[in-house]
Design a protein around this ligand. Structure first.
Ligand code: ADP
Ligand code: ZN
Ligand code: ZN
Length: 743
């Protein structure tokens, strides 16, 4: 008997453990059908489990491998290239291979085929129409359906029902009577309206021309190269992307463009559709599963060689991507916050390298990681665009010291400068944006007698006061009515502190009674399309002031806006996160960038209690290199990334002792590695800054080292100690390499 071919299969079971593929014999009946990327059913102990074929082997360690039971009818769910990407992610981020494969696989894995639509016809010769109508006699509804179907062949059920006034049941009964028949066709869901092709391309600015020329040359060489496109807000980075993509297409190659989810607005989609029509596929999380499926199919078939999408679009089955663009490369949302905790920029770099393609990282505020690689002797090529299109001036930025405002007797939200500036805009009928990175009304409720802060019962976080007396937890969504008395000491002296967007809205309405005000935060954009409706309304000048959270910071091009007020620049500054200053600098710069994008120059007013903070000073001066220099010195002193590599282990459980035990087990396993303080630094096990979320206690261990492989080795050691001990049902353990979420 021949041994038969043996397949390597990653089975879809198991927790966090790093898994090796298992060996299964391929039955002769499936010999021709099984290839890498297929999904199969295999026996595992007494169970039957699904798994992915990731390779074949001749040297099988098992003497008599079991046989693959069957092949799922999805066919291939990932390609050889995608498998290589998954392997890289699993080894870099130490994520279980089955979880990584599930993440990159074709969406058909997760459900449904595209919908089939039925088209109805009469099931008799049209010459017999009168006769048939006669037999229907008094069944008027049935007659109406038959009549409609005879006159307009090929209606859908919905159309047929609308035209005849009959219900779906009547239509079905006619099918049963064999008076109607239908054909079924799959229909591609079109999530986008049609766009007209744009024929007149804008003339590139000098800086754009220079950037595009370098990118083109590099593409012609067919070597992997990374460009950091550092362009101030309004310098026209999108146009550089579009021209570079056109060049990739002309070379017969594909393109991937990643944008943060929040900037994947219809406006952005329109830009790409106008240029490339159906050649662009779009992927984002608000799409239905079916829409996503169709886009994925288009890409697989090669019909759409360009994909525009959020984070996970980096896995799209584009063939031979010659260019991969990461717009707003500094955005933290490119990092996935669940296993596999990959960073889309890192995957983009790997994938471009694999395909000998070009990567463009575009931003007005580069991440420290990327910028230091683009300096002299670094691996990236820096493309600078220092001027706005048409030489529009950068906005004029003023920093207001809120401590002085307070001393001079103003304890409102608006400093006198901001008040004046808004007032002037209203008089001149220009628009203003007010930015505050906190939604709700008040952010704290404190009892003045006993000091109690109202907290969420499930999370270690204070409740936020919203209008109508509602208290809400911004982590788990818990809500209750605000108490009239302190629940602890029954005092009446309850203080409401801190400011949210709702409060800003209320004060603005009082100060500027004539102004039309819109608010955009996750409380006002819950419904599908609400986000866009608010923006459309604001850009149609149906409102004068837009108040919002970071949702309004990104990518918006609103020419009517001549004033941006940053209500409080300090909010992110005190976060327990080594990137707090970087985040603050980025946010101020991005928000400021929304001002003066039209013909009238813009003005920005930054309100702060820390006017001397280097991140705020540098942002106000538009001095990225200055900020970079100071921040790098601090990172170096503290040995933080990008000088080192960091890993974070999080342990969580409903039972505090379980989480603690597990964290201690992991930390204990690190003992040998921690002896040399210079090689591996660690803090923990300690309660995470968010010590409790949704009723789960959370602890973490943070590790960092200049030696990446040493760090990874240590993490693996800790991980296997945790595996050995077993996490138990209610306890969770996660590994985060290059963490961005330190909470
Ligand atoms: P950035 O992303 O760098 O902030 P955008 O790509 O949004 O800037 O471009 C800013 C504005 O300038 C957009 O309205 C864009 O259509 C326009 N624009 C870009 N390039 C040109 C050009 N070469 N000529 C005229 N307008 C341009
Ligand atoms: Zn009290
Ligand atoms: Zn909560």
């Amino acid at each position: 008997m021949s041994a038969g071919k043996v397949a390597e299969v990653i089975v879809e079971v198991g927790g966090v453990g790093l898994q090796k593929p298992l060996h299964y014999r391929i039955p002769a009946t499936l010999d021709d059908e099984i290839s890498i990327g297929c999904k199969v059913l295999v026996p595992l102990g007494k169970r039957k489990v699904s798994g992915f074929v990731v390779g074949f082997t001749d040297t099988c360690e098992v003497k008599e491998p079991k046989e693959i039971l069957r092949l799922f009818d999805d066919g291939q769910v990932f390609s050889g290239e995608q498998l290589r990407i998954a392997r890289w992610i699993s080894s870099y981020y130490l994520s279980p291979p089955q979880r990584t494969l599930q993440c990159i696989a074709h969406p058909k894995l997760h459900r449904t085929n595209p919908p089939k639509v039925k088209y109805y016809y009469i099931n008799f010769s049209s010459e017999d129409l009168d006769k048939v109508m006669g037999t229907l006699g008094r069944a008027a509804k049935q007659a109406a359906v038959v009549y409609a179907a005879a006159h307009t062949p090929g209606l859908t059920k919905k159309q047929l029902s609308e035209q005849s006034g009959a219900s779906y049941q009547v239509i079905d009964s006619l099918v049963n009577k064999e008076l109607l028949k239908f054909t079924e066709k799959t229909m591609e869901r079109k999530p986008f309206s049609e766009f007209n092709k744009m024929n007149n391309l804008p003339q590139l600015s000098e800086e754009q021309t220079a950037a595009v020329a370098q990118i083109k040359t590099s593409m012609e060489n067919g070597l992997h190269k990374v460009f950091l496109l550092h362009g101030v807000t309004g310098s026209g980075k999108t146009e550089v992307y579009l021209r570079s993509i056109a060049h990739a297409l002309s070379l017969g190659r594909g393109a991937i463009v990643l944008v943060p989810e929040i900037s994947l607005t219809p406006q952005m989609i329109k830009f790409f559709k106008e240029r490339y029509g159906d050649k662009v596929a779009v992927l984002h999380s608000r799409m239905s599963h079916g829409e996503r499926y169709d886009q994925w199919e288009r890409i697989s078939r090669g019909d759409s060689p360009v994909v525009l999408g959020a984070r996970s679009a980096i896995f799209a089955p584009i063939r031979d991507p010659g260019i991969i663009i990461v717009d707003e490369e500094h955005e933290f949302s490119y990092k996935q916050n669940e296993t596999p905790r990959y960073h889309a920029r890192a995957v983009a770099l790997f994938r471009a390298h694999l395909n000998k393609g070009v990567t463009i990282l575009g931003t007005a505020t580069p991440s420290l990681e990327s910028y230091c690689r683009s300096l002299k002797g670094g691996q990236y090529c820096l493309l600078d665009m220092k001027n706005r299109i048409d030489n529009r001036p950068m906005p004029d930025i003023t920093v207001v010291d809120m401590r002085r405002e307070f001393k001079s007797g103003n304890n409102g939200i608006f400093s006198s400068q901001l008040f004046q500036a808004v007032k002037t805009r209203m008089e001149k009928q220009e628009q203003a944006i007010l930015f505050l990175n906190r939604r709700g009304f008040h952010t704290f409720i404190v009892c003045r007698e006993c000091g109690l802060v109202m907290k969420c019962p499930n999370c270690d976080i204070s409740l936020t006061y919203h209008v109508h007396g509602k208290l809400r937890c911004h982590y788990c969504g818990y809500s209750q009515l605000a108490p009239g008395l302190c629940p602890e000491c029954h005092s009446q002296h309850i203080n409401y502190l801190g400011t949210g967007t709702q409060k800003v809205e209320e004060e603005a309405a009082e100060l500027f009674p004539e102004a039309r005000i819109l608010r955009m935060d996750s409380d006002t954009t819950g419904r599908k399309g609400a986000h866009q409706r608010i923006l459309d309304s604001f850009s149609a000048r149906e409102a004068d002031i837009l108040i919002g959270t970071q949702m309004i910071a990104k990518g918006l091009n609103l020419p009517g806006v001549t004033l941006v007020g940053i209500v409080s620049a300090d909010m992110g500054l005190n976060m327990p996160d080594f990137r707090a200053s970087e985040r603050t600098f980025q946010l101020i710069t991005q928000v400021s960038g929304r001002a003066g994008r039209g013909d009238i120059p813009g003005e920005v007013i930054i309100q702060t209690y820390n006017p001397d903070h280097y991140a705020i000073e540098a942002a106000a001066m538009g001095d990225y290199p200055g900020f970079f220099k100071t921040e790098m010195q601090i990172r170096k002193q503290l040995q933080y990334p990008p000088y080192t590599k960091m890993a974070r282990l999080v342990f969580s459980s409903r039972e505090e002792t379980k989480a603690t035990e597990l964290a201690e087990t992991a930390f204990g396993a690190l003992n040998g590695y921690l002896e040399d303080m210079n090689k591996l630094m660690a803090v923990g096990p300690a309660p995470a800054p968010l010590a409790r979320v949704r009723g789960n206690y959370r602890l973490h261990v943070v590790l960092w080292s200049t030696d990446e492989s040493y760090l990874r080795e240590a993490v693996k050691k800790a991980s296997s100690a945790v595996q050995k001990k077993g996490t138990g049902k209610s306890t969770r353990f996660s590994i985060d390499i290059d963490p961005y979420n330190m909470m």
